[in-house]
Design a protein around this ligand. Structure first.
Ligand code: AMP
Ligand code: ZN
Length: 470
């Protein structure tokens, strides 16, 4: 399959050619686990999942590595400010380790609810500090670093002629010219960044390690450089992340990895554009006021309606979040599932196998092969399922194949998909209260369910529920 993907490095779509025939090694920047992931973060993970599923659909063997940033991500990109993990620990009165564990688990709960495939390798940064020290030492040995006493070991970006090639030279020059008020004036250039940070004098950090430069912790960019090399080698096929990582995080990963190895770090760079909210602009995890995946069932929506919502916009287009959009996507997904089930019923027990020569299948593959054009692929799926001139068993086989990539639980009934387990438990509890003639409790639970978007009707045959939606 000629799979073309947009490479941020070359600013064009290119034919995907893996290093090893038939295999693809992918590194994806994982979550910073000091708070819940917001639905914007998960837009990026849904885009990555659709990409991984597409590769597998086309027959590639995929090894996907994802890190967990559980140390070193500072509140400011200028290598100043507090470590986000320590901020989370203070906020919650827990240890940084407890915070990391809690939010890692919360992240994967959301991730799973969106049918995202688990990564093949999951690496928490705190397990790889030695590898990070080794890479920082290699860079230091080559003469690309300098120390700022009481602060850290910094990468000297001016020594690297192609520094900033991912974002463009003009942008880097802009950073240097524009940084009149530089937060860290001891840096030689505003673009320089820490490969190792010293624990500040008098600061009592929960997470710190011994190093050749004294006690401290790794620079955030160093995490991904060291873990990618450890699990995928010095040159990897594809590196993924959100668009915010282009200018700083990925630019600095490239500087470190390529200085240490002398080789190209990643052959392809892919970035998902942001999910934005109308009034507030981009979602901000640090601001603490954001929507999470659990906001969806609370409003009566299947989390997969959000997956579908994301899939209706190409991953390289900005997506503006609205509840009206989620509502429309939820209706759309209900319709698609109803259609898939109708086709299944029509097909009955007739044998069905996928017709790979059929035009609709070719169109579906062509859409995916064009930089994962998921909106176009979804349009082909809709049209094909609706096309009564095609035999139902053929349409059924196609829907089942498409499900491998779309992962929308097409054969799940609309009702079954919509109710979160905690809501189902509340309904059960209310039924028990009614049986016990505890009317007060039963009313309280009815109100609680209504607040969460579930309307209760007590009919002769028992309690029924429906979603209030929105
Ligand atoms: P973080 O947990 O902040 O390290 O981010 C995890 C991932 O989410 C990264 O790949 C970010 O680039 C991505 N990301 C952050 N904000 C958004 C957003 N509003 N829309 C899409 N992706 C985002
Ligand atoms: Zn990263």
């Amino acid at each position: 399959m000629n799979f073309r993907i947009y490479n941020t490095m070359t600013r064009q779509k290119e034919l995907f050619k893996p290093i090893k025939e038939g295999e693809a090694g992918i590194y994806t920047c994982g979550p910073t686990v000091y708070h819940y992931a917001h639905i914007g973060n998960l837009r990026t993970y849904i885009s990555e999942d659709a990409f991984v599923r597409t590769l597998k659909f086309f027959g590639w063997k995929v090894k996907r590595v994802m890190n967990i940033t559980d140390v070193g991500h500072l509140t400011s990109d200028a290598d100043t400010g507090e470590d986000k993990m320590e901020v989370g620990a203070k906020r919650e009165g827990k240890t940084a380790w407890e915070v990391a564990k809690f939010y890692t688990e919360a992240f994967f709960k959301d991730y799973k609810a969106l049918n995202c495939l688990p990564p093949d390798v999951l690496c928490p940064a705190t397990d790889y500090v030695q590898e990070m020290i080794d890479m920082a030492l290699a860079i230091e040995k080559k003469g690309y670093t300098y120390n700022i006493p009481g602060d850290g070991v910094y990468f000297d970006t001016a020594k690297l002629p192609d520094y900033g090639k991912l974002v463009g030279k003009a942008h880097v020059e802009g950073i240097q010219a524009g940084a009149r008020v530089e937060a860290n004036s001891a840096k030689r250039h505003p673009a320089d960044f820490a490969v190792w940070k010293f624990a500040a004098p008098g600061e009592q950090r929960q997470m710190e390690w011994d190093s050749p430069w004294g006690k401290g912790f790794p620079g955030w960019h160093m995490e991904c450089s060291a873990m990618a090399v450890k699990h995928l080698g010095e040159t990897i096929d594809i590196h993924w992340g959100g668009e915010d990582h282009v200018a700083i995080h990925h630019t600095n990963e490239i500087a470190q990895s390529e200085t240490a190895s002398g080789k190209t770090f990643s052959n392809y760079w892919m970035h998902a554009r942001f999910l934005v909210t109308g009034d507030e602009g981009k979602m901000s995890k640090s601001a603490g006021d954001f929507l999470t995946v659990s906001s969806l069932p609370q409003r009566g929506y299947d989390p997969l309606a959000y997956r579908y919502y994301c899939m209706l916009t190409h991953y390289r287009k900005q997506l503006e979040f609205t509840w009206e959009g989620v509502e429309a996507a939820a209706r759309g997904l209900d319709g698609l599932r109803a259609l898939a089930q109708k086709v299944k019923a029509e097909a009955g027990t007739a044998p069905h196998s996928l017709d790979r020569e059929a035009q609709y299948f070719k169109d579906f593959c062509a859409a995916l092969a064009d930089d994962v054009n998921m909106p176009a692929a979804m349009a082909v799926l809709w049209e094909t399922l609706k096309d009564a001139s095609l035999p139902a068993p053929q349409r059924l086989a196609f829907a089942a194949a498409a499900e491998e990539v779309t992962a929308l639980d097409l054969f799940k009934s609309a009702e079954a998909g919509a109710l979160a387990p905690e809501l189902a438990a509340l309904i059960k509890e209310r039924e028990a209260a009614r049986k016990a003639k505890d009317w007060k409790r039963s009313d309280e639970l009815r109100k609680e369910l209504a607040d969460k978007g579930v309307l209760i009707e007590d009919a002769a045959g028992g309690t029924k529920w429906k979603l209030a939606r929105g």
